[in-house]
Design a binder for this molecule. Structure first.
Ligand code: CP
Ligand code: NVA
Length: 303
């Protein structure tokens, strides 16, 4: 039976650890995987813009011997032309997998139900699983193991926060999310991550207090305005500026590293000084998007 990757929330800690190890292996032994997708085609459907996800899937699939077809749903006027169930079912007639970046998680579920091919979540309103895999791969490289480490996420509780909490819980990494009131991570996803964490011993917590950010290994942030959020910037700035990831917060936190999924908004959620500092892991995260995704594709498609 085909397997989709809409969220890692349905995976076991063992499955997550194995996928991380597969990503490490693929990164260091590319020649062993160069024909894994020979003769296979993947369609990537994007309802929103992308740099990293789009390019890392395209080049990554090429390195596995496969082929990617990119569909921009707006530029190609796909949106609204037919029911998404019919689009997905048709795509699965030709493609071996569908990568999709969509506004609503519901769209992904509809596609997965209709398509007789794996559907991979390339970001939706609730999750960004490919990002979280790359991020923990990056931490694994820095620390040797993720288990027992602590990550503080500061800013808007969003899709990236949710996937960091779920994958952190699966791998045994403590995750603290610190956000302004009214912007915290979804209670049901925090609860799910806490339930998963009972198996690995990770602590999954949330707070509104910026002072709670101390004694951590890594400081992580993301945009204050996710794609599609039309809130005026002035309103957001006023609320979020106390949560800016800057040199003062970094020093107080005790963290060794800075992370951000990108795109960054310099001097808003994070300062240039930190982005460009020795502590920054941003480019490692970006590079690891490809290796993580190639592990996902290998796991879902290799025969
Ligand atoms: N981090 C990330 O998903 O980047 P893109 O939006 O550029 O794909
Ligand atoms: N939270 C951001 C992530 C971008 C990669 C967004 O959804 O726009």
């Amino acid at each position: 039976m085909k397997q989709d990757l809409l969220t890692f929330g349905v995976w076991s800690p063992q499955q997550m650890q194995s996928l991380l190890e597969l990503a490490v292996h693929i990164k260091h032994h590319p020649a062993d995987y160069k024909n894994i997708l020979a003769g296979r085609s993947v369609v990537a459907l994007f309802e929103k813009p992308s740099l990293r996800t789009r390019v890392s899937f395209d080049i990554g699939i090429n390195k596995l011997g496969g082929h990617l077809v990119y569909l921009d749903s707006h530029a190609n006027s796909l949106a609204g032309r037919e029911d998404i169930r019919d689009t997905a079912a048709n795509l699965a007639c030709w493609a071996d997998a569908i990568v999709a970046r969509v506004f609503s998680h519901h769209t992904l579920k509809t596609m997965a139900d209709a398509a007789n091919a794996p559907v991979i979540n390339a970001l939706c309103d609730k999750y960004h699983p490919c990002q979280a895999l790359a991020d923990y791969l990056t931490l694994h490289e820095q620390f040797g193991a993720v288990k027992g480490r602590s990550l503080a996420y500061v800013g808007d509780g969003n899709n990236v926060t949710h996937s960091l909490m779920i994958v952190g819980a699966l791998l045994g990494c403590n995750v603290l999310s610190v956000t302004p009131e009214g912007h915290s991570a979804s209670p049901e996803i925090v609860e799910l991550a806490q339930t998963i964490a009972q198996q690995t011993g990770a602590r999954i917590e949330k707070s509104y207090a910026i002072d709670a950010v101390k004694g951590v290994d890594v400081l992580y942030t993301d945009t204050w305005l996710s794609m599609g959020n039309k809130t005026p910037l002035a309103e957001i700035k006023e609320k979020f500026m106390p949560y800016q990831v800057n040199e003062t917060l970094f020093a107080k936190s005790g963290a060794r590293y800075i992370m951000h999924c990108q795109p960054v908004h310099r001097e808003l959620e994070i300062t240039s000084r930190l982005i460009d500092s020795e502590a920054s892991l941003l480019m490692q995260q970006a590079e690891n998007r490809m290796h993580g995704q190639n592990a996902i594709l290998t796991h879902l498609l290799a025969k």
